[in-house]
Design a protein around this ligand. Structure first.
Ligand SMILES: [Fe+2]
Length: 501
């Protein structure tokens, strides 16, 4: 017997091979306002659970073929939040307890009073409500975490990690995969995936190959894709090995009127199907993910342009002055090592590195034939040479995204005792980055051949740095340099790179 009440009524599935028991429970619960469906065995129950949504299942333990325990296994695999209550005769209490250990919520002993059934049922439904609330809370938290990640300007890869984690959690998925477009928007390539351990069998990680034409055609209709079983399989040109699809969703990540990525969500667990609620939540999540990825892509583009600009400058300088060949890169390496030794942040270290690459950029405005001659510079030539930090500042100043490195370039010839140029700053008034550049620059100048002298050995250069610590150089920076340079040389030797003798 079946009754249909309002949508808010709890939905109960009653499974028992005895028709009388089914009828009694059904009649009683229906009168109490529940929506009840009854079936006579475990197999029918599984079919029913796969097509309809229930809040609670009351099942007999002893049934032919698929018994109550097997049904319980199936329910746990399919919908971890569904509450199951077992019914059993006196002789099988131990089995009932076994069922509880397997995740059944409670058990009812036959013969039972209907009031007792109602009591257990009400408690079970309260448990179900709490579980659902808990899930909603987790879903909300996932979305919140994603929103935070978008505004936090995280590194690209960290952000993708959060998107995939949130998707896994919200969907209770077995695997998720993110495909992103290449620069020319021609094709989609996997950017990241997450797979529940062992779900594909052993160490397998192959998620197959979706039929892109078909996906894109479906996306054109502006609907995320959600398919189950065989219909999910046909979305793939090549299926993952050794597993069958239970459920599959795909969401287009749209930004600025184009699709920049695809979020694929997989279930390979028998009975674990994605429902409409998950689809809606993930549609919101995909929208936020798209915005976050677009932002990050723009930022990465900007960073790339930035790095290319710096490289072009450095090459321009090297093309003009063969003696600086490799100099900027080595000063960058030494300066970076000191920055790391001082535990600078990633951003600060990068600023030091870039400033080092560009520190002599002002020489672009000089006549090199005069600067690179074997003889001593004339007073006039030296005055011209001393202009290069100022010239460097003039070249770089108009470029807004280089603003952090301009002071370092401008002050890299200041001396700790105030006798340097262009400003004659002393001590802490010299930007720390510029004090680091001064040490790294001088060390490299000493340990490489110059037009007017041969390279000095490493040991001699080191003793010179020590000798001028406190006058020409910041003694703290020299102290750190002495430590990091030895470590750096050791690493270079291990990697087969040449170092000053
Ligand atoms: Fe310089």
């Amino acid at each position: 017997m079946e009754y249909t009440l309002s949508d808010e009524s709890p939905r109960v599935l009653v499974v028992d091979d005895e028709a009388v028991i089914r009828e009694i429970i059904s009649d009683f619960l229906s009168m109490e306002g529940y929506v009840v469906k009854t079936v006579g065995n475990g197999e029918e129950a599984i079919k029913e659970l796969e097509t309809n949504i229930f809040d609670i299942v009351i099942t007999d333990l002893k049934m032919p073929r698929v018994d109550g325990l097997q049904l319980l296994d199936h329910i746990k695999n399919m919908d971890r939040e569904m509450v199951a209550i077992m019914m059993t005769g006196f002789g099988t209490v131990e089995t009932a307890i076994k069922a509880m250990k397997k995740g059944a919520y409670d058990y009812i002993l036959k013969p039972f009073k209907m009031d007792d059934v109602l009591l257990v049922l009400k408690r079970g439904l309260e448990q179900h409500r709490l579980k659902l609330e808990n899930i909603q809370l987790k879903e909300t938290l996932s979305l919140y975490k994603l929103s935070e990640a978008i505004s936090a300007n995280l590194p690209f890869d960290d952000m993708l990690e959060i998107i995939l984690d949130s998707t896994m959690q919200v969907a209770s998925a077995d695997a998720v995969q993110l495909l992103l477009t290449d620069q020319h928007n021609n094709s989609f390539k996997e950017s990241k995936r997450k797979i529940s351990p062992g779900i594909l069998g052993g160490d397998a990680t192959d998620l197959g190959e979706p039929d892109m034409d078909r996906l894109m055609a479906l996306f054109d209709e502006d609907s995320p894709v959600i398919y189950h079983g065989h219909r999910a399989q046909v979305m793939f040109l090549q299926l993952p090995c050794a597993v069958t699809f239970e459920s599959y969703m795909a969401f287009p990540l749209r930004a600025g009127g184009r699709i920049i990525g695809i979020l694929q969500v997989f279930s390979f667990s028998k009975g674990k199907k994605f429902n409409e609620g998950k689809r809606k939540l993930l549609t919101i999540l995909a929208g936020r993910a798209a915005a976050a990825i677009e932002n990050a892509m723009l930022y990465t583009d900007l960073q790339d342009t930035f790095k290319q600009t710096i490289q072009s400058f450095a090459h321009a300088l090297e093309a003009k002055d063969p003696y600086t060949h490799g100099h900027s890169d080595r000063v960058a390496e030494y300066s970076e090592a000191v920055a790391k030794g001082l535990q600078f942040s990633l951003k600060e270290t990068e600023i030091i590195r870039q400033a080092a690459v560009l520190h002599d950029i002002g020489k672009l405005g000089m006549r090199f034939e005069e600067l690179n001659k074997p003889q001593k510079l004339t007073a006039e030539e030296y005055q011209m040479f001393k202009q290069h930090p100022t010239m460097g500042r003039r070249i770089l100043e108009p470029i807004a995204f280089l603003s952090d490195i301009v002071p370092l370039v401008y002050h890299h010839h200041e001396k700790f005792d105030g006798s340097g140029y262009p400003e004659g700053l002393a001590g802490q008034d010299i930007p720390l980055g510029a004090r680091i550049l001064a040490v790294a620059d001088t060390y490299d100048a000493m340990t490489t051949d110059r037009p007017y002298r041969k390279a000095l050995p490493h040991k001699v250069a080191i003793s010179e740095l020590k000798r001028f610590a406190g006058t020409q150089f910041d003694p703290m920076v020299v102290g750190i340099f002495l430590i990091v340079i030895e470590k750096y040389r050791k690493e270079c030797i291990e990697q087969g790179k040449s170092v000053p003798k």
